[in-house]
Write a protein that binds this ligand. Structure first.
Ligand code: ZN
Length: 195
């Protein structure tokens, strides 16, 4: 996909918001990317997944694996495009570790493609990598819709992102948007009812 096509999808679906945002890390930013904005439209999810699948067309994979929740929709679409099965990891309620549940079974020597929606620090993907290593499953590649890491996060397998939007962040005490008095928004969190 051309960058302009991807950007048009993000704009059409209000996925890329401009303003003044409080991120879950506590830092402030002038931009927020809401992946669910795009993925609420299956036709866009399909188009983006086909782009990721095309990038990995020369590798034979047995399955696509994604960390829940972020990777579920896009991972499933990539698996459809690559005609493989799809499994997902989730956090154990007991110890918060990334685990496979629901009877998902990995076989030694299988080849997997990891798919996640957004790359910021790469924490969840690293946990999936560890899990696959323990199961002796090979990783053919790692795909994202958006890379916000400014290409600073590296993995042991080839990485591909449909679009790069480096994340601009400010410390709360040193934020130009705060200084301008622009009200801050908490995307993703429920707004307080006024009545
Ligand atoms: Zn601020």
């Amino acid at each position: 996909m051309e960058e302009s096509e991807v950007l048009e999808i993000f704009e059409n679906t209000n996925a890329l918001l401009e303003g003044h945002f409080l991120l879950s890390s506590g830092l402030h930013s002038n931009q927020y990317f809401q992946c669910a904005g795009v993925l609420q439209y299956p036709q866009y999810a399909e188009e983006i997944a086909q782009d990721i699948a095309a990038n990995f067309k020369n590798v034979n994979v047995d399955l696509v694996i994604s960390p829940a929740m972020g990777g579920l929709i896009i991972g499933h679409e990539v698996a459809r495009a690559m005609k493989t099965r799809f499994v997902f990891t989730e956090r154990s309620k007991e110890n918060d570790k990334m685990v496979l549940r629901r009877g998902f079974d990995l076989e030694e020597g299988e080849k997997a493609l990891i798919i996640e929606d957004v790359l910021t620090t790469g924490g969840s993907v690293r946990e999936v990598l560890k899990l696959l290593e323990r199961e002796n499953v090979l990783v053919a590649g790692i795909g994202f819709i958006v890379d916000r890491s400014d290409n600073k996060v590296k993995f042991s397998a080839p990485k591909y992102a449909v679009y790069q939007i480096p994340l601009v962040v400010y410390q709360p005490g040193n934020c130009p948007l705060c200084k301008k008095g622009i009200p801050i928004d908490r995307p993703g969190s429920r707004k307080k009812k006024l009545i």
